[in-house]
Design a binder for this molecule. Structure first.
Ligand SMILES: Nc1ncnc2c1ncn2[C@@H]1O[C@H](COP(=O)(O)OP(=O)(O)O)[C@@H](O)[C@H]1O
Ligand SMILES: [Mg+2]
Length: 188
């Protein structure tokens, strides 16, 4: 995973291959990291794991003991991500970025070409979250977030072009990823 691109630009990207930014949002446990890894191999984009960026750039504003998660100022986070996007556009030889986080959909839509929203069957999601060691309250909170489609609703409200991706089974994932990769290639 990477935070800052050090690869020097080797050639000007033609208009057809302009730099593209894909964000992946969704309730924790719904498969964002997995989808980002798989998609990056197909489209050859670099991946930004926002959790790593928060740690590296010290963007955490404390710890919410009750909810057992770090507190993040979304405005500061957006600023940091936009800086990475702009840096990559100018200096990097990669043709695009994949930004994965349940906070990624807070980015302004003019920086984003496509928003993938990962979803998962509730029974399977519960299993994944328990396996991750989340306590009952945190599991409940995330299942509620999935039931109410919080990430999808917020991403849509923000004006992103959204594609929903169900990761309940690996079979569903591989079929859809190819289609998404083709769609990304066609973006002007
Ligand atoms: N399509 C899938 N089939 C089987 N297991 C999956 C699938 N997608 C994700 N997982 C598993 O679910 C867990 C959570 O996935 P992850 O990508 O870490 O979610 P997120 O980044 O959204 O929190 C991981 O253990 C991962 O291996
Ligand atoms: Mg993840």
């Amino acid at each position: 995973m990477f935070d800052k691109c050090n690869n020097k630009k080797t050639n000007n990207l033609s208009k057809k291959n302009r730099f593209k930014t894909v964000i992946i949002t969704g309730t924790p446990g719904t498969g964002k990291t997995m989808i980002a890894k798989k998609l990056s191999k197909i489209v050859k984009f670099n991946v930004i794991n926002v959790n790593d960026s928060i740690k590296k750039n010290k963007l955490s504003e404390g710890y919410d003991k009750k909810r057992k998660c770090i507190i993040v100022d979304v405005k500061k986070l957006n600023k940091a991500i936009i800086k990475i996007i702009n840096n990559c556009k100018k200096n990097c030889c990669c043709s695009g970025l994949i930004i994965e986080s349940h906070l990624s959909h807070n980015l302004p839509k003019n920086y984003v070409d496509l928003c993938i929203v990962t979803k998962c069957n509730l029974k399977e999601l519960k299993k994944r979250l328990i396996k991750r060691g989340y306590n009952a309250e945190k599991v409940r909170e995330n299942l509620d977030s999935e039931i109410f489609d919080i990430c999808l609703v917020e991403a849509t409200e923000k004006g992103h072009k959204c594609i929903v991706m169900d990761t309940t089974t690996p079979i569903k994932v591989s079929a859809k990823l190819g289609k998404i990769a083709n769609l990304i290639k066609k973006f002007k």
